[in-house]
Design a protein around this ligand. Structure first.
Ligand SMILES: [Zn+2]
Ligand SMILES: [Zn+2]
Length: 438
């Protein structure tokens, strides 16, 4: 019974009392072949037989002492079955198994709980990260807008100050004219007074000569106030003019790149202003240059970057094929190389008119909803990020988070289209087309 006592208490108490009920009062053990006497008491068949053995005449129930004239008892199969059940469920093996099962179930629950607890910790960590990133982004966005507001505030202050100054100048001009007129009037009045005195004197005496008069100052006609000239430059389209001026202050605004002709593959022709590059059938004879791409039809911009944030826009039109992005200064320009960050290229590419990919290894196919004709490239040297935008609507196309270290150059490949059609160029966009002064 010691093993049974170690079992869970609910089971133990039920089993305990049941076991007592199924215990023979003679041998004090579980019934063996239980039989029932007419008084309804149960005993083991061997026990009651042994108990009655040697008794002459009527026998008695060992429990209630009731007398029976004949030795009758009935086999109780129901009790026998229950005894067998209790015996089985209180055996050492059964209890060991039960304990093992309990332990295993407990262990599996403990593992699941620990697993859930770990996930809770992970989720909380994720929430913290999201909150931190969100707050960080909000701070950055606020900063960017503060800079824009500052540009507009400065522009407004400057313009209002200019209006105030011009207004002052115009007022001063009129003020000076007014003063001159006042002086002239005073002088004229003085002369008039003298003439009136002289005229009054002629009634008594003979006037021999006119009184000595003061010379009168000649006052010019009032300067014309040019209302149109004053207001025109502050009228429409003031917002557009201001917006154009803002371009100079944007950080980063679109960089006006030019192609580096010395880096161009011999099959690339570059325009005189170095903003248009196009593939050509023949090979252009150049001075040999270490910077020149000799195997791939590539070209770099003349402007390299190794710090700060930079953005530029490129027009690819409806070219069926191109690569563009940034290339590390150190790339091997004399051999054929697969474009990937590992080989110093962070690029976006188009093949077959509508197959866009990011230049990872292997390529990452991009599903674009439209075919951009202009692309924006953003380079953040500090955060090592290279991002590509559809410059038609400024939607993000792809972003490399493992950007370059060290100096990089804007990179372009007009590719050899191989079609019979006139090859289409890659254009570096300068926007706005003409910088405004002031
Ligand atoms: Zn017995
Ligand atoms: Zn009895």
């Amino acid at each position: 019974m010691a093993a049974a006592a170690a079992a869970p208490c609910v089971v133990s108490s039920t089993k305990g009392s049941l076991r007592e009920d199924l215990t023979c009062a003679i041998c004090c053990d579980l019934f063996r072949e239980p039989v029932m006497l007419a008084c309804m008491h149960h005993f083991c068949r061997p026990c009651i037989s042994r108990y009655w053995r040697g008794t002459q005449g009527p026998v008695t129930c060992p429990q209630c002492r009731k007398e029976f004239s004949c030795r009758n008892f009935q086999t109780n199969y129901l009790v026998a079955a229950m005894v067998e059940k209790v015996r089985a469920t209180t055996s050492d093996t059964y209890i060991q198994n039960l304990k093992k099962q309990l332990k295993e179930t407990l262990e599996s629950y403990r593992l699941r709980r620990d697993d859930h607890n770990n996930n809770i910790t992970r989720d909380k960590g994720k929430m913290d990260t999201i909150k931190r990133f969100g707050a960080d982004l909000q701070t950055r966005v606020k900063g960017e807008f503060r800079a824009l507001h500052q540009i507009l505030d400065d522009e407004e202050t400057c313009m209002l100050e200019q209006i105030r100054r011009e207004q002052e100048e115009e007022l001063e001009k009129v003020e000076r004219h007014l003063e001159a007129l006042r002086v002239a009037v005073r002088e004229l009045e003085e002369n008039m007074r003298m003439l009136q005195q002289a005229s009054a004197a002629t009634e008594n005496t003979v006037l021999t000569e006119l009184p000595q008069l003061r010379p009168c100052v000649q006052v010019d006609v009032a300067p014309e106030f040019d209302i149109n000239g004053f207001s025109n430059k502050y009228m429409a389209p003031l917002q557009y003019i201001t917006w154009r001026k803002m371009f100079k202050s944007l950080k980063p605004g679109p960089s006006p790149l030019t192609f580096d002709v010395e880096s161009a593959h011999p099959s690339i022709r570059v325009s005189r202003d170095k903003t248009v590059a196009v593939e050509c059938d023949g090979m252009i004879l150049h001075m040999d240059h270490d910077k020149r791409f000799l195997q791939c039809v590539n070209i770099l911009a003349a402007q390299g970057f190794q710090s700060g944030r930079h953005y530029w826009e490129v027009e690819v039109g409806s070219k069926p094929k191109w690569d563009l992005g940034v290339a590390s200064d150190a790339v091997d320009r004399h051999s054929r190389i697969k474009l990937s960050p590992e080989s110093g290229y962070w690029t976006l590419r188009l093949r077959n008119r509508n197959e866009y990919s990011a230049g990872t290894q292997p390529w990452t196919r991009l599903q674009l909803s439209s075919s951009p004709e202009r692309l924006g490239v953003f380079l953040d040297c500090e955060e090592r990020r290279v991002s590509f935008y559809n410059a038609d609507d400024m939607s993000l196309l792809y972003s490399f988070a493992n950007g370059p270290r060290g100096k990089v150059f804007p990179f372009f490949s007009p590719c050899i289209s191989g079609s019979s059609q006139e090859p289409q160029p890659i254009k570096l966009l300068h926007y706005p087309p003409v910088a405004l002064s002031g």
